[in-house]
Design a protein around this ligand. Structure first.
Ligand SMILES: O=P(O)(O)O[C@@H]1C[C@H](O)[C@@H](CO)O1
Length: 321
């Protein structure tokens, strides 16, 4: 059984193929995160999914906390529990079911992660975003990443949707990247550029869809920042983020977007504002973020999020079936 904290299966089941062990005993050598999942292992996982579903999905969706219903819209779903996918991590967070759903949505072939992986769960960033590479090798061209986030911009209200047009990678400031370690050019370049990571056409289409849905006043465009979590932020941290131009804060998405852009996927991402972040000191308990509130707000707003996503997918599919 693995004792190097490298296996995707925490129970270390006998016979489970792991991504890191090899005949040369690389299991005892400190291994850069990016090598946890060599290209061939990602390929095997992608084959497992495309053969198992009989589909090559074109659009990948990552459901944020409490937004698992995005995947419930998928028709003729083929469901893969994470624990049954070879070399896949397992979800440990409430509100993240831990399954991959493959099928069609508005005529387009899609695959959705009902449950993502977070740094605070103890997974290295390369492992958190590994499913994005699986999506790529399954045929995915567009990544739709969603998250629950705290609103720092005072104009944002709980329940609003912020279309991400940029991010501040706080984990990157601290020296962490999903691309750390040797680069495999089959995925992308050593030094990828990240300007224009968030597809402008998709943002503009989403704004139009918001208008058609009559929720334009609840739609914003802004900057997201990912912190490591699992603790929520201090007032001083929130003040600093605001000064840096951050509009919403969360604990995910950025490493997925970096991985997607590295392998040249088109990215659309949004934050559902599940709580307002206090940026002034106060003794009021109700100003403290908590996961129950995050989940409850996400549940309340899932209909609007689902409609936004399905309409946008419809447009993509209609423009190039
Ligand atoms: O997976 P996301 O980013 O939507 O989840 C957010 C961040 C934490 O996982 C959790 C905190 O309530 O919600």
């Amino acid at each position: 059984m693995c004792n190097t904290n490298c296996c995707s299966n925490p129970k270390g089941k006998a016979g489970t193929k792991t991504a890191i062990h090899s005949e040369d005993r690389s299991d005892i050598i400190p291994t850069p995160d990016s090598q946890l999942y060599p290209y061939e292992v990602i390929e095997e996982i992608a084959d497992f999914i495309t053969k198992g579903s009989g589909m090559r999905p074109r659009i990948g969706i990552i459901c944020g906390s409490g937004l698992g219903s995005l995947a419930d819209m998928i028709q003729d779903p083929k469901i893969f529990e994470y624990e049954k996918i070879p070399n896949f991590p397992v979800s440990t967070v409430e509100g993240h079911a831990g399954r991959l759903v493959v099928g069609t949505l508005e005529g387009a072939t899609v695959m959705a992660m009902q449950g993502r992986f977070h740094f605070y769960e103890g997974y290295p960033l390369a492992k958190c975003s590994m499913p994005v590479r699986v999506m790529k090798l399954c045929g995915v061209e567009y990544l739709f990443a969603t998250n629950a986030a705290g609103g720092i911009n005072p104009r944002f209200a709980v329940g609003d949707i912020m279309l991400m047009h940029d991010h501040v990678n706080m984990l990157g400031f601290a020296g962490n990247s999903p691309l750390q370690g040797p680069n495999d050019p089959r995925f992308g370049p050593r030094f990828p550029a990240l300007v224009n990571s968030y597809n402008k056409d998709l943002i503009n289409k989403a704004i139009e869809i918001g208008k058609a849905m009559g929720i334009e006043s609840n739609i914003h465009v802004g900057v997201y920042s990912c912190l490591g979590g699992p603790n929520y932020e201090t007032i001083a941290e929130l003040k600093a983020l605001r000064m840096m131009g951050v509009d919403a804060v969360g604990m995910s998405t950025v490493h997925e977007v970096i991985t997607a852009r590295h392998c040249d996927m088109k990215v659309f991402a949004f934050s559902l504002i599940t709580n307002k972040c206090a940026t002034e000191y106060s003794d009021k308990k109700d100003e403290e973020a908590n996961h129950e509130e995050v989940m409850a707000v996400a549940k309340n707003r899932q209909k609007a999020c689902c409609e936004l996503v399905s309409r946008l997918i419809r447009e993509i599919h209609m423009a190039s079936p």
